[in-house]
Design a protein around this ligand. Structure first.
Ligand SMILES: [Zn+2]
Length: 250
């Protein structure tokens, strides 16, 4: 009735208000909406791509290329709130060491731009499900549960460690800039799969920093932290600017 009333599904030939019968008009409306929903692009996940070619050592595009070296930022810090989803019998939190590595990697790549991240641990919460990272219902659900367990501060980026299901992805990021309405951007880190260079957090932050990075198009340069390489050691100026604008400018 709610569905029909909302959409005004009424046959004017013999009724003025919706009835509680699922008739031809209701079925057609449901079919149409389902088809539309199923045609949406999948949510974004980031695959690992392990075993690529050698990479050179670079930490900042401008310093090496010589062209954009004058780019300077006002020193700034972003608070990152970390939460871990635990199965009921999973007693040992797995996120602590990973977090240190992920944050350390982000610090290293952000430092030439005067940017830094500070990690805050929110209490872990019991979550008995794995998450299909391209499944909107799954993603929305763990996001809601995490928020219910501990809201965190509004100014921080929320990072949730959880078990992703049937995937090669090390992480996925979602948020108000994607199709999940009502949530600020957030990152899900896969507890079961680690990227060898630990660049995952910064990589996902770049996805979150602008609509135009909310897609599957990554850098070809395997040095870039925004590529699928496995020894990524370069934060490109373009990405630093986007991060600065989205997260660091007050
Ligand atoms: Zn990615």
């Amino acid at each position: 009735m709610v569905y029909k009333t909302k959409r005004g599904i009424v046959n004017p030939a013999y009724q003025k208000t919706a009835d509680n019968i699922v008739g031809k008009m209701t079925m057609a409306a449901l079919d149409q909406e389902m088809a539309k929903a199923e045609n949406r692009p999948p949510l974004l996940g980031c695959d690992t791509d392990i075993g690529g070619g050698p990479t050179t050592s670079r930490f900042r595009q401008g310093l090496v290329a010589g062209g954009v070296g004058q780019l300077e930022f006002v020193p700034a810090q972003l608070n990152v709130s970390l939460q871990e989803a635990l199965f009921e019998k999973e007693t040992i939190p797995g996120s602590s060491i990973r977090t240190v590595l992920l944050v350390a990697r982000a610090q290293l790549l952000l430092a030439p731009f005067n940017l830094r991240v500070a990690a805050t641990f929110l209490p872990s919460f019991i979550y008995q499900f794995t998450v299909g990272e391209r499944d909107e219902v799954d993603v929305r659900r763990i996001r809601t549960e995490a928020q219910t367990a501990s809201a965190g501060s509004a100014a921080s980026l929320l990072v949730i460690f959880c078990h992703l299901r049937n995937t090669k992805s090390t992480a996925t990021s979602q948020g108000e800039r994607t199709r999940i309405v009502g949530f600020k951007n957030f990152v899900l880190i896969n507890k079961d799969l680690t990227h060898p260079d630990q660049g995952t957090l910064l990589h996902e932050m770049i996805h979150c920093s602008n609509d135009r990075f909310m897609n599957d198009i990554h850098d070809d340069d395997r040095n870039s932290v925004y590529s699928r390489g496995d020894n990524r050691n370069l934060l490109r100026d373009e990405h630093a600017i986007s991060l600065n604008t989205a997260f660091f400018k007050s």
